[in-house]
Design a binder for this molecule. Sequence first.
Ligand SMILES: NC(=O)c1ccc[n+]([C@@H]2O[C@H](COP(=O)([O-])OP(=O)(O)OC[C@H]3O[C@@H](n4cnc5c(N)ncnc54)[C@H](OP(=O)(O)O)[C@@H]3O)[C@@H](O)[C@H]2O)c1
Length: 259
Amino acid sequence: MKIVVVGGTGLIGSKLVTKLREQGHEAVAASPNTGVNSVTGEGLRDALEGASVVVDVTNSPSWEDAAVLKFFETSTRNLLANEAAAGVGHHVALSVVGTERMLESGFFRAKYAQEKLIKVSSIPYSIVRATQFFEFVKSIGDFSTDGNKVLLPPALIQPMAADDVGSAVGRVAMGSPLNGTVEVGGPERFRLDELIRLDLAARQDPREVIADAQGRYYGIKVTESALIPGEAARLGETRFKDWLKQSSKQARKPALQSA
Ligand SMILES: NC(=O)c1ccc[n+]([C@@H]2O[C@H](COP(=O)([O-])OP(=O)(O)OC[C@H]3O[C@@H](n4cnc5c(N)ncnc54)[C@H](OP(=O)(O)O)[C@@H]3O)[C@@H](O)[C@H]2O)c1
């Protein structure tokens, strides 16, 4: 089966392409780096020829309000129009748990617009909403840093490994279209401040993390449960502490090899 992974060179996309190829599928990584641009339309028609499934795991190069909205709207419209012309039978997109609860943010308004375009299109679809990736946790702390302090709201968070996201998206892509949304999350819940403290400690980063009701998640106010998935969510297996151990081992490898 030919599956086109748009954004197939990114964090999730590259893992997904590898997994699909391991299962014997013809997985094509489509992105500007491989000559396919879902915003300008360059290379799209050829890439989609003969495809049964298209998976959209793109991300916008800019998260500025107008730019990110334009990216997801234009890219999604182009993908869906080209999929209709190519006879693609399943459009799968990766979105974020709680998107509709965070519309104060331009990024989430753009993801919401992306989801809406998919839902009203003629292409059978599945939307996979994932929680925050472990790989993204560091940037949550960095965004809320002021000097040597990190100020965060005491919200709950249930992050997951990018590898588990790739597996979950792959399973959905190989199934029948849901014409609906499925949530995926990690196996454990943390308080945001607790999670960032664990992440900083593993990196021996001396910043102090403070839970503060006035703190912001990526610049916006969130309620205690805004980031967590519902009870029906499919859960990944990788635990944050195991992932931290594994990734710090990997980070040390080049240094040891060159020593
Ligand atoms: N971060 C999180 O915690 C989180 C949580 C849930 C869901 N998500 C969603 O997961 C998705 C994937 O995230 P990610 O971290 O894997 O992204 P990423 O690593 O930043 O990769 C983005 C991908 O999009 C491609 N791309 C950029 N502009 C493009 C264009 N004009 N046409 C085609 N492809 C284009 C890039 O291609 P090049 O390499 O060629 O530039 C790259 O392959 C995003 O939609 C995000 O909203 C993220």
